[in-house]
Design a protein around this ligand. Sequence first.
Ligand code: UFG
Length: 331
Amino acid sequence: MSKTVLVTGGAGYVGSHCCKAFSEAGWRVVVFDNFSRGWRDFVQFGEVVEGDLLSPEDLDAAFETYKPDAVAHFAAFAYVGESVEQPGLYYENNVMGTVRLLDAMAKAGTKQIIFSSTCATYGVPEKMPMTEDLPQRPINPYGMSKLFVEKVLDDYEVAHGIRSVKLRYFNAAGASPDGEIGERHEPETHLIPLCIEGVLNDTFKLTIFGDDFDTRDGTCIRDYIHVMDLADAHLKALDYLEAGGASDAFNLGTGTGTSVMEIVEAVERVTGKPVPRSVGPRRPGDPPALVASAEKAAQVLGWTPVQSGVDRVIETAYGWHLKEIERKTAR
Ligand code: UFG
């Protein structure tokens, strides 16, 4: 009989792509989402419970009904700027929501969890590429909320024997190659979808946030990781916990950095269309460069990104945007 994974935030961007991968690998998938920021049309790969992480009743009912073998925890707010303006929202939803989730797990006897963490827990890194043992010194409440959860997870292991894998994502990007699900945020703040907006919408112009960083072309460098590669890492992490693996943390990136300007050029190359843009001031809190060392995930989880070339990322992202337009026109 197949095992069951409860996926909090399974209606969101990374969560929905992971549901697809889990379901294709034979897991029974149960999405737990309050749809405050998730999308109903992204729930395509399993059952769904509409519930809130801050409600012990909703959680207990879901654990009672589905008796999950493991939890994959994506539900969180993830806007750096918003977290600076409204830190309480982030500590309540991201940290307290996880505490409630872990309490429900402890009560139900579910002992395995995969957690969506972030490179933002490192703050401004001391060295590149970034290994997991670098000091974690977040520079905004979003990163801090994720770091708190990493610590809370360790405490729940001591108290309740819940083993965890913390996956620290670099820049999730791209879409499911079949165009069914993709990157949709409201509002959209991420670079690649905004470049595509520039290609598709005559009235939109991208602002490049600073070209005076100490990098090869003056724009920020990030490590863009294809969302389907991320999904594969989650699947491998589930297998790892199922096999009795010890709690651990892994960076999920490619090891290759790409500058903002290089992304803009790649979007123009892949789509064959110009990305209208201008250079504006730096965005507060943007580190000049964030590039992962992906060695630990390769060694321990046997994970290597295979879809993460920048052109492939953009090709799938663009493909999804075109299909979205088709779907909207057909409605
Ligand atoms: N950028 C622009 N113009 C835009 C949007 C982004 O120049 O309109 C630049 C940013 O300054 C940055 C790069 O493009 O240098 C990537 O920006 P994104 O907003 O796409 O992604 P971030 O690197 O800011 O954010 C990602 C995750 C966050 C996480 C953060 C950690 O989306 O959840 O990495 O640094 F917190």
